[in-house]
Design a protein around this ligand. Structure first.
Ligand code: SF4
Length: 203
């Protein structure tokens, strides 16, 4: 799996959930399909009057979620920015060409109420629940930043093996200390809850 494949899967799913943060700090989510994908960026269309647009202009943070029929979750976290005036028409026309239904929504010249945003720096989390053990990996789009998540077993480990026995994915290897295979970890927290000496930390 890689960034390009994740973007391709998002494109195949088509309608994605976009979450933003409003001026009160509350989460706002909606479905968006007016998206064009490049190898290293995605461009999307919305109308300037929508709250979605205002939230993007004021805050910029956006999280996009898709779920495939193969039980793969792909989550992109980044910042969106309005593309330059020179680029607006180019990307808008591209999106309308790829998605003919938009011409029925924004008839003729009314599409000029639209604005094109771009995301070219983001973190992309891939999480596949359709395989055993489960598989997760995180990738960078542009100069995004990876947020470490999950659990890690520290040097305080005494090697008792309790964590192994309660791990639903059997993704902990014996050693000094024991080690969690991060790509196969659910982040369920069972190991941390059961460790008798609190040797497991949340990252
Ligand atoms: Fe296993 Fe859950 Fe601990 Fe991950 S968080 S190592 S899946 S028990």
């Amino acid at each position: 799996m890689d960034v390009t494949t994740c973007l391709k899967k998002m494109e195949l799913v088509g309608v994605l959930a976009f979450a933003t943060v409003d001026s009160e700090g509350a989460p706002q989510i909606r479905n968006i399909s007016a998206i064009h994908y490049e190898k290293d960026a995605l461009y999307f269309f919305t109308a300037r009057g929508k709250n979605f647009c205002q939230e993007l202009l004021e805050d910029g943070r956006v999280q996009i979620l898709c779920y495939t029929k193969y039980k793969e979750m792909i989550r992109l976290s980044g910042r969106a920015y309005a593309v330059s005036d020179d680029e607006q028409i180019k990307w808008r026309d591209k999106i309308f060409e790829e998605q003919p239904y938009l011409a029925n929504v924004y008839l003729d010249e009314t599409r000029e109420i639209g604005i094109i945003f771009c995301i070219d720096q983001a973190e992309i989390e891939y999480f596949n629940l359709g395989v055993h053990p489960i598989f997760r990996e995180t990738y960078l789009l542009g100069n995004g930043k990876i947020t470490e998540k999950g659990y890690v077993i520290t040097d305080a480990c005494i090697g008792c093996g309790t964590c192994q026995s309660v791990c639903p994915q059997q993704c902990i290897d014996a050693g000094t200390p024991f080690v969690i295979r991060q790509n196969n970890c659910l982040h369920c927290g069972s190991c941390q809850e059961h460790c008798p000496i609190n040797a497991i930390e949340r990252r």
